[in-house]
Design a protein around this ligand. Sequence first.
Ligand code: KIV
Ligand code: ZN
Length: 553
Amino acid sequence: MSFSPIQKYRPFPSIDLPNRQWPARVLTQAPIWCSVDLRDGNQALAVPMNVSQKLEMFEALVKCGFKEIEVGFPSASNTEFSFNRRLIEDGRIPDDVTIQCLVQAREDLIEKTVQSLMGARSVIIHLYNSTSPAQRRYVFGMEKADIVKVAVRGAQWIKDRIKRLEDSGTKVMLQYSPESFSATEVEFAKEVSEAVMDVWQPTPERKMILNLPDTVEVAGPNVYADQIEWMCRNIKNRESLIISLHTHNDRGTGTAATEMGMLAGADRVEGTLFGNGERTGNLDVVQVAMNLYMHGIDPKLDFSDLNALREVYERCTGMTVPPRHPYSGELVFTAFSGSHQDAIKKGLAAYEGHQGAWDVPYLTIDPQDIGREYREVIRVNSQSGKGGVAYLLESEFGIELPKELQREFGPIANDAVDALGREVSAAELKAMFWKEYIERNQPYELKHFHADGTTGVFRCRASLYENGREIQVTGEGNGPIAAFVQAMVSHGVPTFEVANYREQSLGSGSEASALSFIQVKRADGKMCWGAGVDTNIELASIKAVLSAVNRTT
Ligand code: KIV
Ligand code: ZN
């Protein structure tokens, strides 16, 4: 029998966790955040950031409110080492920010890391070694006991050097990561972590960070949550530990794994802006923070100008944020579909000026909270309906189309957009409206109009061009519009009456003009809208009548 490709794979063993608690819990507060943009994120770039890019990114991270920032792997390259020195010697680290550095369990590398941190106010030294069966077997060729020894030796080398840092005034926190934790047997992850704890001797007053990475997502987010809850329940001296999550996104569930891991008892979350990181990336911190925010939980990170942050990120890393990326992508608050636009438009109108709970269909949060504008929300292409067209004309130009006119113009605009085969701007829509209604001057175009009268009887005289030839018409009615309708009918236009009339002003001050909308009804019952613009309101209405007549003829 042939071996099919799927036979290469096996189900992931489940975690024995009777009475698991995390599924019933609810998140109520933000975790301690740690940005790993400058280390894990940077390590994943084809062209790593140079010192000035790292400095710009560091400042952006500080501005967002990160209090713990993994600034690099100083023993790995001169750039990383000099970056630490630059931060410390130039006094660029705010007093409430702690820098973190990653190091392997090797004495020379640990020494170099400590040297790179001398003079800093507050640091986290982050030791890691890999613990999963595949890493033990294929990468290190070591048994479990040897892996424990590597971790313990590294922990001891760090412990031996802490005094030097502390004596020079540096506050030191220690962090251990059993790398590839999620692919490691939980019992062994506990064993190796407890061996490190034996060396570092954390206490509730002086905790250490135990970071439990989902180095490669090998199972569903619920399995990671089980692993975290298992560790929280079974590890000794839990109260002396800050349990930290560090997820990657290989199965596309890094965010879910982090959120479930938080429910499972973690205190701290490591991740990057927009999910930059090895392979499919690290956890996108923006997503978890904004998910908390949308439930009314203060995320303790400020993403109120996400566009500016995205620009810094793109400039420094050379990466781009995809348009559908949650919260930060260009299109994530945009509706092209007519029914979505209609619902958003109604929801926004109901919300306007209201301080209550956000409840706008299709918009998880108010886009303005992260520096996005409502004008980006509704965009028009061939999928859009009258609602989107009307919304753009109103929000961009203050043109408030009467509902029935929206129904008439919507399909006209839609056909034009369909023919173009692309998205159209508000200015293009306005031009379409002008072409269809305002500039509709064949066969009739107004040259001059005059009306006067009192007590309900008005007489009018108008000069028009009919197919380019000048004509005069006169009529009588209970107002200037009625008199003009009568004049046109007397001239031979099929009988019609005004069924609807609306006017509005466009612009203000000396630039102001009037925009009139008139719907006419012919004797055969056919209804048609017209529109006219003029600085004189009476002339705007007369032009609107002619626009409607021209459109029915
Ligand atoms: O993904 C990972 O496991 C890491 C560790 C070094 C924490 O980045
Ligand atoms: Zn990582």
